[in-house]
Design a protein. Structure first.
Length: 153
């Protein structure tokens, strides 16, 4: 079974920066970007799946990080987009922290194990306080990719 690596599904074109924004603005920016960059099908269905998932329970995992995610049968592979938000967003985090790093993850609904490995790898990496701090202060997509390459070896 192939190893699921975050960096296999992310490139610099899918890394966005916001000075200040609402949760909805960040989600919309990430969604518009990933569908533009990757030319994915079923945008409306995926957007609705993200909204529904967020209504079910917050995807803010604490530590200033949120991982909105959803799966659809029309996708054959995973895709990732990242946002760095300078001022932080109220995302109903379990620890009440403002979210400054957002990983949007989508993928096929028939690869649950790989999907969980991808979510888990992001969660584990984000427990590293130094990495979070460096990501929160990154100003270019290249900087974000460099930090993530070092974290996801």
């Amino acid at each position: 079974m192939p190893i699921v690596r975050l960096l296999d599904y992310l490139d610099e074109r899918s890394i966005l920066f916001f000075d200040s924004a609402s949760k909805e603005e960040v989600l919309q920016g990430l969604l518009d970007n990933i569908f533009s960059v990757r030319e994915l099908p079923a945008k409306e269905r995926f957007v609705q799946a993200i909204i529904d998932r967020e209504k079910l329970v917050t995807t803010a995992i604490g530590m200033g990080v949120a991982i909105p995610h959803a799966k659809l049968p029309v996708y054959t592979d995973f895709f990732v987009s990242v946002a760095i938000v300078q001022k932080g967003i109220d995302w109903d985090a379990i620890d009440d922290s403002l979210v400054k790093i957002v990983f949007l993850i989508g993928g096929p609904d028939n690869r649950q194990t790989d999907y969980l490995k991808l979510l888990s790898s992001v969660t584990v990496a984000m427990r590293d306080k130094k990495l979070r701090k460096r990501l929160m202060s990154a100003t270019t997509a290249h900087d974000v990719m460099t930090l993530l390459r070092a974290a996801f070896v």
